[in-house]
Design a protein around this ligand. Structure first.
Ligand code: MG
Length: 445
């Protein structure tokens, strides 16, 4: 079966088994018709990026589109450059946290944000009518822009609430793990401009991931050991396209994937009061932190485009996702690990203690996750039956089913590709979270 997956978050597949040249040309042609004008193209460091890049750019030029090539960059750099250049669209060639064999096109709108579902639908409607190309004298122009990375760094250094001179004086010792991805091209420089002493770990420009590239604790054992060994203040880990940021404390322990956004919300709300937006699978810590600041939290369906849409609706001042994605709209509407890094360095500086102590001051919750195989049963009816069973509780059905109880919450979402229901539970202790997972597992079987 072909691995090609088409969704609002992109066109994704294994290279040579789904993501082939014909497919790329077809999807890029329709995107060219959808956007017109000028399109920014950037890619992460993975080794199939060059092949995908040439097909993408060749197709765009054949459609009469002018292309601005910004080279190997984080996905958020593509977002930022689209809005800076007032381009009509942007393509980030990246399969994000997926392993070496995957690649993908992340397609942006003319504001430099992920396409909204309605925009994506209009684009997909063009797929079967886009195999026409311009004549030889109307071919698009390709320009190379080598300034995008430094512009991104400069924008982050000038962010509100960030005191670069004060951070420089603190001389943080940082262990940086970029999993040999696009982060290598920008993160060491950013940290140096913050006056950090940087110990590089998997920071080679090979584009080959030496471990599973998703920044989950089980994939970061070597990184955690290295943090401890080098006696640093903080371990900073980014995913291959640098929109997710995960931290490791000076003790070599995980800071908690959910805590990246929790501390960012805490920091921003300490500076100004306003709304926060996170997705329905994100930790309840956000609610506790907002409540302590007399502020409100809004929840969106999972996915960057959904979070951004909600942030705009409620005029949020901070938002993101529990998987390490921080969105600070004063700079731009996209998950950005450079932004997250600036916030944590400033937060840690003002806090004055160690990262493990900062973690200890955040609310403590534990998340447990399970994939429940539903076999031939209909996942929608199973979720519906839970919805009626728990109808007297506080429920949200914007994205699957989330039920909030006094001592825990649970979120059920069906998969679009496999016969499974994903179940996420958060409770005060690891044991409790696991007990609840087992309870819901039994209820669905
Ligand atoms: Mg990513």
């Amino acid at each position: 079966m072909s691995t090609l997956m088409v969704s609002v978050s992109g066109i994704r597949g294994i290279v040579g088994d789904g993501l082939d040249p014909n497919t790329l040309v077809k999807y890029v042609s329709a995107y060219a018709d959808y956007c017109g004008g000028k399109i920014v193209v950037g890619r992460d460091a993975r080794i199939t990026g060059e092949m995908v890049y040439h097909l993408v750019v060749g197709t765009l030029l054949a459609k009469g589109i002018d292309v601005v090539d910004i080279g190997i960059t984080p996905t958020p750099t593509v977002l930022l450059t689209v809005s800076k250049l007032k381009a009509s669209g942007g393509i980030a060639i990246s399969a994000s946290h997926n392993p070496n064999e995957w690649n993908a096109l992340k397609l942006l709108n003319n504001k430099g944000e992920f396409m909204f579902p309605e925009e994506h639908k209009d684009y997909i409607d063009l797929l079967e009518k886009s195999d026409n190309y311009v004549s030889w004298d109307k071919i698009g122009k390709l320009t190379v822009d080598n300034t995008a990375l430094q512009s991104h760094i400069n924008a982050v250094l000038s962010m509100q609430y960030i005191d670069v001179e004060a951070i420089k004086k603190r001389k943080f010792r940082v262990l940086l793990d970029c999993v040999n991805g696009a982060g290598v091209y920008v993160m060491p420089q950013l940290l140096k401009e913050f006056g950090c002493e940087v110990i590089e770990y998997d920071c080679e420009k090979t584009g080959i991931f030496t471990r599973k590239p998703e920044p989950l604790p089980e994939n970061l054992i070597g990184t955690m050991e290295s943090v401890k060994k080098h006696n640093v203040d903080i371990g900073i880990v980014v995913d291959p396209d640098v929109d997710r940021l995960v931290l490791i404390t000076e003790k070599g322990e995980t800071f908690g994937e959910e805590n990246t956004i929790a501390q960012a919300v805490k920091f921003v709300l300490s500076k100004e009061k306003g709304n926060s937006v996170v997705n329905l699978s994100t930790t309840r810590s956000i609610d506790d932190i907002a409540k302590a600041n007399n502020c409100e939290v809004f929840r969106s369906p999972v996915g960057e485009a959904n979070v951004v849409k909600k942030m705009k609706e409620v005029n949020a001042i901070i938002g993101g996702e529990g998987s390490g994605g921080v969105i600070f709209p004063a700079l731009h509407y996209g998950r950005d690990a450079l932004v997250g890094t600036a916030i944590i360095l400033q937060h840690l500086l003002e806090f004055g203690g160690k990262l493990s102590e900062l973690k200890a001051e955040l609310p403590e919750y534990h998340i447990a996750k399970a994939k429940i195989d539903v076999g031939t049963k209909n996942p929608d009816s199973l979720i519906k039956s839970l919805e009626s069973k728990y109808s007297k509780q506080n429920i949200n059905t914007d994205d699957g089913l989330r039920i909030d109880f006094e001592d825990h919450w649970v979120h059920f979402r069906k998969s679009n590709t496999e016969p499974i229901i994903r179940c996420i539970v958060e409770a005060k202790t690891e044991l409790k979270a696991q007990e609840y997972i087992e309870k819901y597992f039994a209820e669905l079987n």
